[in-house]
Ligand binder design. Sequence first.
Ligand SMILES: Cc1ncc(COP(=O)(O)O)c(C=O)c1O
Length: 373
Amino acid sequence: MFENFQVPQNLIPSDPRFGVGPSLIPIEAVEALAKSGTKLLGTSHRQMPVRNLVKELQDDIRAYFKLPEDYEVVLGNGGATFFFDMIGLGLVEKSSLHFVCGEFSDKWYRSHKNIPWINAQEMRVDFGEGINPVELDGHDVICCTLNETSTGVQLSQIPKLRNPDTLMVVDATSGAGQIKVDFKNIDVYYFSPQKVFAADGGLYIAIMSPKAVERALRIEKDNSRFIPVSMKFSHAIENSRCNQTYNTPSIANIFLMNEQVKLMNKMGEDKVIAEAKRKAHLMYSWAEEKSYLSPYIKNPEFRSQAVITIDVDPKYKVDDLTKVLRAQNVVVDIDGYRKLGRNQFRIALFHNVTYENLEKLTKIISLAIERPS
Ligand SMILES: Cc1ncc(COP(=O)(O)O)c(C=O)c1O
């Protein structure tokens, strides 16, 4: 029913990328990378030009999140999925407790479940619902996902833990930068940068409390379990302290992320978050107003201000519409998470996706569905 739909000129967004990751990387950042010429790309990551870049990124992150002085910014290769395994192998003493509400929190749980010498337990809700982490006795790591990218669930609370020996560990991959947290309640806050931070995949950034660093180093020192060398926290931490990574990183990626953090630091976290909320309001209001749309996340408490998921009346096939929009290169990557298998749009509200373009997107979709056939 959408084959003949042509997006009117006045509704064409200034950038077609609305995807939840890899996300829109500003052309200006790509141009700045090209302008860096012979200074960074093709240089050793052990030399000062690249180490200065890594230091700038670490300092920028520290400034953006207003981190407590004694927290460390650790980075390494592998992304959040790799980090799931690093946590299971190197940070969990005996038992981790997982709050599962979508594909990524489930993947993290299953990563720990595969490790024979730790006990991984889950508290699970149906996909489409949210669940905040709570502290239960007997678990030394609490694992939660700040923004479940597969479903569009955002946590509304991360509590302060009572037991001083328990660590709160947060996968912040698609929420980092756009959802306020209190770092005093968190021991590890990690993410891949291909979401709000507009870089490419393959890198993890982990903000670690002294307690988390101490735990990781102690587990390694005990030497009572095998940890693959590429996954040792000691290597990641020691190299990050010297503004390096354990093995060779993508320098282009570090550069792109640094450009984005600089951009966001110009506004500051509070304003970035206010803008995210404004965009979320626009999108949820539209989804509630149209009879053929409905927000997938029914409870407003858990609705994400970083990734919105919208169910569509089965009469209108989302796949058909997205195909037509992609062919015209006016809107790309707004399909739902494939494993959920719903007739659904999933749209990034990330910092670089502007309010004006989101407004145009709502008009394009409304027009496509409402126009006389
Ligand atoms: C919440 C969340 N966690 C983990 C991941 C995995 O990240 P990566 O593909 O960089 O390993 C993703 C990827 O989209 C994610 O959204």
